[in-house]
Write a protein that binds this ligand. Structure first.
Ligand code: S5P
Length: 256
């Protein structure tokens, strides 16, 4: 794990989108990502507007929105610009390059047009990265899924190290990893960690939770991704502020 600040690390990164996120986190003083897992456009926009000032990233599952339209994505972009956060579509691509190219740039969702970053499984091999990288000429970033939060996943230590190697071949496009712990001390890689909650150890469907402190200080995570811990709370804004302050305090302590 690295003890450099995000701004220092931006200098080590070959990925323009990683640089942008690292600089944004220090400038805005937030390393909190909101997982806005809601099923209506109105709920998604309301969360983005209400919590936008607290977060560096809004993570979407655009395909769970019942009343999806391209206007929704345009509205999200406007809110991202207004509140200064980036958009991360959690699409978890997992196919051959030729297929993911179309899934990313085309179809109903046209993800490449509006999402700053997306994620993908490394399982199919490097062709998936080449397919995604070649799908758009816009400045975009890719996060590789190295280690999941769910109980019983199949990603062992060897899989994680192979994922790291795969990323190293595409440093301009790959920003880092979805992971529960830092995979290397190399400061260029951003570690994004879902499965974060201060109370409650798991849900009924295999999700396992860890705290911001455990993730950031002990495991070397850089961006904590919080979903139900915020959006299911009685007061989502108060809860988002709590996670923001706690995650920022942990980052400050780590780089001290
Ligand atoms: O390993 C993972 C990877 C991801 S991207 N575990 C996860 O939970 N996620 C996503 O993070 C998941 O799809 C969901 O959108 C979010 C966690 O939500 P929460 O409500 O459990 O915080």
């Amino acid at each position: 794990m690295t003890t450099l600040s995000y701004t220092e690390r931006a200098k080590h990164s070959a990925s323009p989108m990683a640089k942008q996120l690292l600089q944004l986190m220090d400038a805005k003083k937030t390393n909190l990502a909101l997982s806005a897992d809601v099923t209506s456009a109105q709920q998604l926009l309301a969360l983005a507007d209400q919590l936008g000032a607290e977060i560096c990233l809004l993570k979407t599952h655009i395909d769970i929105v019942d009343d999806f339209s391209l206007e929704l994505t345009q509205e999200l972009r406007r809110l991202a610009d207004r509140h200064q956060f980036l958009l991360f579509e959690d699409r978890k691509f997992a196919d051959i390059g030729q297929t993911v190219k179309h899934q990313y740039a085309g179809g109903i969702y046209r993800i490449a047009d509006w999402a700053d970053m997306i994620n993908a499984h490394s399982l199919p091999g490097p062709g998936i990265i080449q397919g995604l990288a070649g799908a758009t000429t816009l400045e975009r970033g890719l996060i590789l899924i190295a280690e999941m939060s769910s109980a019983g996943h199949l990603m062992n230590a060897d899989y994680m190290q192979q994922t790291l190697k795969m990323a190293a071949a595409f440093p301009e496009f790959v920003m880092g990893f979805i992971t529960q712990h830092a995979l290397s001390a190399d400061p260029q890689w951003i570690n994004f960690t879902p499965g974060i909650k201060h109370a409650g150890r798991h849900d009924d469907l295999g999700q396992q939770y860890t705290t911001p402190e455990q993730a950031i200080i002990k495991q070397g995570s850089d961006v904590v991704i919080v979903g139900r811990g915020i959006i299911s709370a009685a007061d989502p804004l108060a809860e988002a502020r709590y996670y923001r302050e706690e995650a920022w305090r942990c980052y400050q302590e780590r780089i001290k």
